[in-house]
Design a protein around this ligand. Sequence first.
Ligand code: HEC
Length: 192
Amino acid sequence: MSEDSDAPVLDHAYDGIQEYDNPLPGWWRMLFLGTIVFAGFYGLYFHVVGWGRTPGDHYRDALATYDEKRELRDRAELASVTEAELAQRARSREIVEHGHAVFRTRCVACHKEDGSGHIGPNLTDNFQIHGSTRLDIFKTVRGGAPGTSMIAWSEQLPASDVFAVAIYASTLRGKNLPGKAREGQPVGPLEP
Ligand code: HEC
């Protein structure tokens, strides 16, 4: 207790200890009350009435825009891929090797190292469950087979990987390796 304080001393004493009557300054209390009033308005503005847009709202908007753009891009991509393009790219060693690398890391668990089938069908025989062309193979790899363990790989891999691995899968057809029993419809050789 400093000797030279001129604040009045309060009457109560605890074990002989007394305290000065030193209230917080007026400006401080106004500021404090101000924050309480502000919080009330803030809560009303952003959360009760909903005039204000929270970071969560901005995030949801951005996500919706992203999904929309992605869907458009995916549709454009699907529309632009043709059987002829897939056939032509299947002759590029670089793309087939890229596809093979993706296949080794993502597909062998179900289709086996050589594509002869395990949980998923044998990709080397001339039988196909979904369609018959390279484009059908591409669509199955891209969009998956709903209701089975074959997922939509476009949600896991960049478009270039999906493209390459679908092309690689198409190069397996007709190799007729012994493996999983035939599934689907008999299909002829792929168009050159
Ligand atoms: C978790 C297991 C699993 C993985 C991993 C998997 N597949 Fe499949 N795949 C399946 C199953 C099961 C089917 C059969 C779907 C059906 O019956 O409609 C299938 C079907 C296919 C088909 C269509 C075959 C047909 O006869 O129409 C292709 C092509 C294919 N997968 C390629 C791939 C490629 C390429 C990858 C890697 C990017 C891959 N799969 C990864 C399980 C898998």
